[in-house]
Design a binder for this molecule. Structure first.
Ligand SMILES: [Zn+2]
Length: 433
């Protein structure tokens, strides 16, 4: 083996290690460093690239050799050997910690952690300003929580366009991440739990006490992308649908920027559209039943028994649960053909019994003998998911009531159910009058 090949082997081994610790894929070598991108097999929603300088590359290698790893549920990484966790964050509003820096005081004390910013101040050479690093220390000085510019393992994405060489200022751009330092070092499992708890508490208090709104970033690369069912219609027509104001507002929300990627919220908006039509269908069903009694051959308005039949029927429909009302609505508005078409295109990886949405949520079974009617199966599933999103009673004794949280793995996989409830909402708007 020639020396060049040995060197190449060594580099490709290093590249593989850095790819693993960053959760990214190597794309190219450029002056001063490397370009990495989101893994292609994860089918990312957008093409995003990162510049990793040679120094950052070496830092990643060192971290990898120490056993550092990406987090499972969030964007960020854990370094158990150093008792260190770093979360990437989304900033939800203007950050007073930067804007009114001189007015803030931070509850920090001398500690034994290897903090990059010591004293806790950051000199931003790109924008030429000095800003404090938000750091607080526990009373026993074993733990620090800090919001400061990212380390090499949480690189900042380049401008949206891929395949473009980064500018010099882009190469040194940094963005705030939340860092947890604990002492002594601990296991990955313990560090995951403690860092999550500390990050949650800190961000809650920053929001409620300091009007500084950040959120941890869930692993969006796992988000199942939206699919389109059926062919696109190229005929733009004068509208015939009748859409009430509040239904229109609810139906448009899941497509807005604010709800993008928020599958649980999108699911609820579409569910609320269905709920809007409950009373209409409920009345229609009740009238249909009473009319049937009145038209029956043995009905006699002079007999108390006959009148009681009407009364009992009205009582029964009044006591119908939301789940029953949903089933009645779907039976009335959505054809079985539409449902079958949807599940045929979808396959059973998601809706089958081994699908990613568990916690007592019923699968949809389309092949087999003695299956419950498709409308009932769909109504049960939609209603169970709705309950798991809105009922926050997280009690392990009742698996069915286990809450489905916005940033959970199940929420990231929920997209096909959102597509289903969107289809139901569409059909109900068209046929529910
Ligand atoms: Zn510290």
């Amino acid at each position: 083996m020639s020396r060049t090949t040995a060197k190449e082997d060594e580099t490709s081994g290093d590249l593989g290690r850095v790819e693993k610790v960053l959760g990214l894929e190597f794309r190219d070598t450029i002056i001063g460093g490397y370009i990495f991108g989101l893994p292609r097999d994860s089918k990312p929603l957008v093409g995003v690239e990162y510049f990793i300088s040679e120094a950052a590359f070496n830092e990643c290698l060192d971290a990898s050799n120490r056993g550092a790893q990406r987090m499972v549920d969030h964007e960020g990484w854990l370094d158990p050997e150093q008792g260190f966790a770093e979360f990437e964050m989304s900033q939800m509003a203007i950050n007073p910690l930067t804007r009114k820096a001189s007015e803030f005081q931070f509850d920090f004390h001398p500690c034994g952690h290897p903090h990059e910013f010591e004293p806790p101040t950051w000199i931003d050479q790109v924008n030429n300003f000095i800003t404090p690093v938000a750091r607080v220390t526990s009373p026993d000085r074993s733990t620090c929580i800090e919001i400061s510019p990212n380390t090499a393992l949480c690189p900042v994405p380049l401008d949206g366009r891929t395949g473009r060489r980064p500018t010099d200022s882009e190469k040194v751009r940094r963005s705030a991440t939340l860092k947890i330092f604990v002492h002594p070092p601990t296991t990955a499992q313990d560090l995951t739990r403690r860092s999550r708890e500390l990050a949650n508490s800190f961000l809650f208090e920053l929001s409620t006490r300091n009007r500084t709104h950040f959120a941890l970033r869930p692993k969006l690369s796992r988000l199942v992308p939206k699919q389109s069912y059926g062919p696109m219609n190229y005929n733009v027509r004068f509208p015939r649908s009748v859409v009430p104001d509040n239904v229109s507002a609810l139906f448009s929300m899941p497509m807005s920027i604010s709800a993008r990627g928020n599958t649980t919220l999108s699911f609820l908006y579409y569910y609320q559209v269905l709920e809007h039509y409950f009373p209409t269908i409920h009345k229609r069903e009740a009238i249909k039943k009473i009319r049937r009694i009145i038209r029956s051959l043995d009905f006699n308005e002079g007999e108390d028994q006959s009148i009681l039949k009407i009364l009992n029927s009205a009582e029964r429909t009044k006591g119908e649960s939301d789940g029953d009302q949903l089933r009645a609505l779907l039976e009335y508005c959505v054809s079985e053909e539409k449902l079958k078409q949807f599940f045929t295109l979808q396959g059973d990886a998601h809706f089958g019994s081994k699908g990613p949405i568990q916690g007592g949520v019923r699968p949809i079974l389309t092949k087999g003998k003695d299956l419950p009617p498709l409308h009932s199966q769909v109504a049960s599933r939609v209603y169970q998911i709705r309950n798991r999103i809105v009922h926050a009673k997280d009690d392990s004794r009742f698996e069915e009531s286990k809450v489905l949280l916005p940033l959970s793995q199940e929420a990231m996989a929920l997209r096909p159910d959102v597509d289903l409830v969107r289809l139901l909402a569409t059909e109900v708007i068209c046929n529910g009058r």
